[in-house]
Design a protein around this ligand. Structure first.
Ligand code: SF4
Length: 393
């Protein structure tokens, strides 16, 4: 399947445009949670200052001058686990590279028991206007099962600290935790949605290879939640968020409805398959049509950058058809789905030609909706999204 030369030429600027977004990774955490497969470390705080220097050096090696961006996202790890002086110094340097303007969405991830009044002040002073808080559950026994090291009360405290100065607060909630009943999940959602927050991200628990929970599951110490129960929990999530005034805009993401658009603009860049910078251990980037992945081991990353070498350890440039399939799957994650004409302009491919049998089959099964202009997941399709995506890729 070869796109016309004309279409492919038209597609080039989209993927090759200068990034308008940046992801910056801070890997430090107070403690490693039982399900965590992110590039995060606990007990290596003594490396934090060296890491922040390396991060600045990595940015200097890629950026020749400060850039105005639409979105900046500092994730982790737990960025707010840095001590007050480190957080201040890190943000000072970051905003020198990416000075946030009034329209920039500037998000920092946080965990409930890491925030202090001083840290919140530092976030605000540097232009942070969105905080994503890892609440996960409001039940002590479930937080314990996840090996989280915070209690439910710290979530309320964190929101109390943030809300007067940062209007846009998001929380993460997990369902399908071993031992979590439907009633537990109903309470978790009720508590979470009653908070003065603007956004919710909610995922079913996954057992990533090598994590503590993965090992416990293999040894039969914990029983994963039954598929049917997890599906019912997801359905309940869709109903309750809607009832509480949140709009689902992606498989796992919900934004408060109202005058202000509270959808995550940064994540929307990923779902549109648009370019973005990425800095830090394990960080992914998509620049000049190349997808790159940085070294993940903390000390190796630091030493590599200190020696003046690139921390990139994987790089690929997808052929046009694979890139179009990847774009299709990312766009399908959104409730707005794939706008077929825009997709063709963007990728050089007709979506219908890329996956004709899958499209027909999933429409017949009622999992995809095709109105002639747009293809999107049906409510039932959202439940089976991963299976649909893997067939299209
Ligand atoms: S706080 Fe987040 S990044 Fe840190 S260990 Fe827990 S899940 Fe992983």
């Amino acid at each position: 399947m070869t796109p016309s030369l004309e279409a492919e030429t038209a597609a080039e600027p989209f993927f090759l445009a200068a990034p308008r977004s940046a992801y910056v990774h801070i890997p430090f955490c107070a403690h490693k949670c039982g399900y965590c497969d992110f590039a995060s470390v606990a007990g290596q705080d003594e490396l934090a200052d060296r890491y922040l220097d390396a991060l600045d050096r990595e940015m200097a090696s890629i950026l020749t001058a400060p850039k105005d961006l639409e979105t900046i996202f500092v994730g982790g790890g737990t960025p707010t686990y840095l001590n007050e002086a480190q957080l201040d110094r890190f943000l000072d340097r970051l905003v020198r590279w990416f000075p946030p303007g009034p329209a920039t969405e500037f998000t920092v991830e946080s965990n409930p028991n890491t925030l202090t009044r001083e840290k919140v002040r530092s976030l605000v002073d540097h232009g942070v206007n969105r905080v994503s808080l890892g609440a996960q559950s409001f039940h002590p026994h479930l937080l314990e099962r996840l090996e989280r090291n915070h209690d439910p009360a710290s979530v309320y405290r964190a929101v109390d600290l943030l809300k007067p100065v940062i209007a846009n607060v998001s929380i993460d909630l997990i369902f399908g935790i071993p031992g979590q009943t439907m009633t537990d999940w109903q309470t978790d959602l009720r508590e979470g949605l009653a908070l003065p927050i603007e956004h919710v991200s909610s995922y079913g628990l996954t057992y990533e290879k090598g994590t503590l929970l993965w090992k416990q599951r293999r040894l039969g110490i914990i029983e994963p939640t039954e598929e049917e129960t997890e599906a019912a929990m997801y359905e309940y999530l869709l109903e309750e968020t809607l009832r509480a005034g949140f709009e689902q805009y992606e498989v796992s993401n919900f934004a408060r409805q109202g005058e202000l658009d509270r959808r995550s603009r940064h994540n929307s860049v990923y779902w549109a398959n648009a370019p973005y910078y990425g800095f830090g251990t394990g960080a992914a980037a998509f620049v000049d049509g190349h997808r790159t992945l940085n070294l993940r081991p903390l000390l190796t990353y630091i030493e590599t950058v200190e020696e003046g070498r690139s921390p990139i350890h994987q790089s690929e440039s997808l052929p046009p058809e694979a890139r179009a399939r990847e774009t299709a799957v990312l766009e399908l994650r959104r409730t707005q789905g794939i706008d077929l004409s825009a997709f063709q302009r963007k990728t050089g491919f007709h979506f219908r030609d890329l996956a004709p049998r899958e499209l027909e089959g999933f429409v017949e099964l009622g999992l995809l909706i095709d109105d002639g202009n747009v293809v999107r997941l049906s409510p039932r399709g959202f439940l089976l999204a991963d299976g649909i995506f893997s067939r299209i890729v």
